[in-house]
Ligand binder design. Structure first.
Ligand code: MN
Length: 249
């Protein structure tokens, strides 16, 4: 046998963020919660962290060297990217992170690079393709239920149900028509971008998952599967789907 098991494990890029660390002498770090890295590795990929601050030539070169991409969670996207009229509800913006991730999302779509977009990533994929966001779901979406379970709840807290469209790749990947998810977000998709379809909804109608129509695997989820798969192993199938698509390229 000549099978090379290392070669069968695709490289998966993961986006990172800036974080200030330390109380008395705060120092900037580029960071990522280990749950994303562990989920990629558990699903059979080799995680590669993508730093911020790189120019577009470097990002394009880096993206060409990975077989798939995870767009990770984080703070809000600047309102200028979707013509927001309610800037006062937008928090924790990093303009350089917006620049890097909008470029990577558009490049991944253009080159058909397999892509799993989580929480902020799900919102960013929509904005990158021309969609808009609710600056704050509770404030601006009529009939909204609570979605912002961060800070006071553990990250694996199952907050609400989602109904999954039966004919979607999400349903095929997850093998379920309904599931329960964590919910660690205060924003959400308002107007869906061209080229995306909504494939799961919360009980209040909020779009909880999108997939691209003309792409082998471009999936956005508003929840955090990387914090659920140890309790609910089927959630790892979202990462396995990404890695299978990356391996097929
Ligand atoms: Mn939610």
């Amino acid at each position: 046998m000549t099978t090379n098991h290392v070669e069968s494990r695709p490289f998966i890029g993961l986006t990172t963020y800036r974080k200030m660390v330390g109380q008395t002498n705060p120092t900037p770090y580029m960071a990522l919660m280990p749950s994303y890295i562990e989920a990629v590795a558990a699903a059979g990929g080799i995680p590669v962290l993508i730093p911020l601050g790189l120019d577009e030539d470097a990002l394009r070169a880096l993206l060409s060297q990975v077989d798939g991409l995870v767009m990770t969670g984080g703070g809000d996207i600047a309102g200028e990217h979707y013509q927001s009229e309610h800037e006062e509800f937008i928090f924790d913006v990093d303009p350089d992170r917006d620049r890097v991730e909008l470029f990577l999302a558009r490049e991944a779509m253009a080159t058909k690079k397999p892509l799993l977009a989580i929480c902020r990533g799900h919102q960013l994929l929509n904005v990158a393709l021309g969609g808009t966001l609710y600056e704050d779901v509770m404030e601006w979406m009529p009939g909204a239920i609570k979605h912002d379970f961060f800070n006071t709840f553990p990250r694996n807290h199952k907050a609400h149900a989602v109904a999954i469209e039966p004919d979607s790749k999400l349903a095929a990947t997850l093998g379920r028509r309904e599931t329960h998810v964590n919910s660690l977000h205060h924003q959400g998709i308002r107007d869906l971008a061209p080229g995306l379809v909504a494939v799961a909804h919360a009980p209040d109608g909020l779009i909880e998952s999108v997939e691209a129509t003309d792409h082998p695997y471009a999936l956005g989820v508003q929840w955090h599967p990387e914090n659920l798969y140890t309790d609910d192993p089927l959630m790892l199938s979202l990462f396995r789907g990404l890695i299978d698509a990356a391996r097929d390229r």
